[in-house]
Design a protein around this ligand. Structure first.
Ligand code: IMP
Length: 448
């Protein structure tokens, strides 16, 4: 969809591109690397959901940076990076990341990062409750990142949350903290036998955090609207992935926000008619951290091999990721829910050296073949992946920059994904570095 010809004419003919880049699996698809790469042409990079449960690893000139809250466009000079109202913000984490960026000389102008005053704040209570509850779930633990994400979203939806703008208004913050204290401490101490959190100390600390965050707080929706009107290129950066989406994922083993492309509209504050394309980001295989179903998981030596080759450890919690094969049933579901117009396939290089590569194309459920991703956990537990086995390749891919230079079987692998999903693979990543990327079709025009 486009903003429409009359509007483009009114802007003097220039129509920037508004592109959503979202995870197609269970998160950790390598969105940060792709967003960083695309941000060379983006004027604005916008986070719209999630919080510091995300971990985006970027490698530029051999130097690794991990961000949890700051959008991955920050390392590209000339971008403005927004944290939209749909994000939950831990002010300590954000200030730490901003401090590191300032120390590295990457962030000289606070105007390069803007945080919505409407975004909700993660408080110490949320972090403690997140951990206490997941511990209490014992074997049924979701394996959350323990960053307070779920409890913060709960308070938002229950209409008792604290927003970034409240941090700048001590009187409002005082009232909100007092409102929360009784209930939160009751739950912590009585239900989980955790120590209470002193509301007075919390208030004092968050007033100070608000004071430091003040120069970055803004009406991000307005900045976004102005950029779209001016024909700028806008990149919306998803966190987590489609299968971790609260409505469309493997509930309850999901995160507490919507992470599909539709969440761009609500989480950033932009109408669906303004989004031009949706880039689905997938690994060339599949990983998952935390509990929950994962039909194509390989718990044997091959899965172990994938984990070692792919260095599959969480960027946020350092946990070892569960590994398995590419699951096209998952990706088909993801493609429908997100409306992918393009795909980026990451870590294709990791598969070099396998004689054969299985790819799940269907499931067998109660004796019947299905291409649909099952609805319930019970069905998912009974679903057995049906694999198509594709021939592998031995050559290392990391030095390759042209699609045509890939080994024939690597191309065949990519083209099989395209054929089954009916979506073009426009980007392929062959290593963690910014330049270790094959771009088949430009997704953005020049900056506006
Ligand atoms: P939460 O988002 O911390 O509540 O965790 C809920 C589930 O989502 C857990 O299984 C986490 O491991 C998973 N999760 C949350 N964020 C990410 C991410 O950025 N990548 C991968 N998994 C994630």
């Amino acid at each position: 969809m486009t903003g429409g010809a009359p509007e483009a004419r009114a802007r003097g003919g220039r129509k920037g591109v508004a592109l959503a880049a979202v995870g197609a699996q269970w998160g950790d698809e390598g969105k940060g690397k792709i967003v960083d790469w695309l941000a060379v042409r983006a004027d604005l990079v916008v986070r719209f959901q999630g919080g510091n449960n995300a971990g985006h690893t970027l490698v530029v000139d051999g130097e690794k940076s991990v961000f949890h809250l700051v959008p991955s466009g920050i390392l590209q000079p000339g971008t403005v990076n927004l944290i939209g109202p749909g994000v939950v913000v831990d002010p300590r984490v954000l200030l730490r990341e901003l401090g590191e960026l300032e120390a590295k000389g990457v962030l000289r102008d606070p105007a390069r990062i803007r945080v919505s005053g409407r975004a909700h704040v993660i408080l110490d209570w949320h972090i403690a409750l997140d951990k206490a509850r997941d511990e209490a779930r014992a074997e049924a633990a979701i394996g959350t990142t323990g960053r307070g994400i779920g409890p913060a979203y709960e308070d938002k939806v229950a209409r008792r949350g604290i927003r970034v703008a409240d941090l700048l208004d001590p009187a409002a913050l005082r009232r909100a903290v007092d409102r929360l204290a009784k209930e939160k401490n009751f739950e912590l101490t009585q239900l989980y036998h955790w120590p209470a959190i002193d509301p007075e100390a919390l208030f004092e600390e968050y007033v100070e955090l608000g004071r430091r965050l003040g120069p970055y707080v803004d009406h991000t929706g307005r900045i976004l609207e102005q950029a779209l009107r001016a024909g700028k290129n806008v990149l919306f950066e998803g966190a987590q992935g489609s299968l971790l989406d609260i409505d469309h994922g493997t509930y309850p083993y999901v995160t507490s926000s919507n992470c599909v492309a539709g969440a761009v509209c609500t989480g950033a504050g932009v109408g669906p008619t303004r989004i031009d394309g949706v880039l689905g980001i997938t690994k060339a295989y599949t990983t998952r951290v935390g509990g929950g179903p994962f039909p194509s998981e390989d718990t044997g030596p091959k899965g172990e091999w994938l984990g070692e080759r792919g260095v599959e450890f969480g960027a946020t919690t350092g946990r070892k990721r569960r590994c398995g094969w590419l699951d096209l049933v998952v990706l088909r579901d993801s493609s429908i829910v997100n409306g992918f117009t393009s795909l980026a396939v990451n870590k294709l290089d990791v598969l070099s050296g396998l004689a054969e590569i299985p790819v799940a194309t269907a499931y067998r459920l109660d004796g019947k073949l299905t291409h649909e991703f099952p609805m319930t956990l019970d069905e998912l537990a009974r679903a057995e992946p049906v694999y198509e086995v594709l021939p592998g390749w031995d050559e290392p891919l990391t030095g390759i920059r042209e699609y045509g230079a890939l080994p024939a079987n690597a191309r065949r692998y990519v083209e099989r994904i395209e054929a089954i999903l009916e979506v073009a693979v426009d980007m392929i990543s062959v290593g963690p570095g910014r330049d270790e990327t094959i771009a088949r079709r430009p997704l953005f025009g020049p900056r506006g």
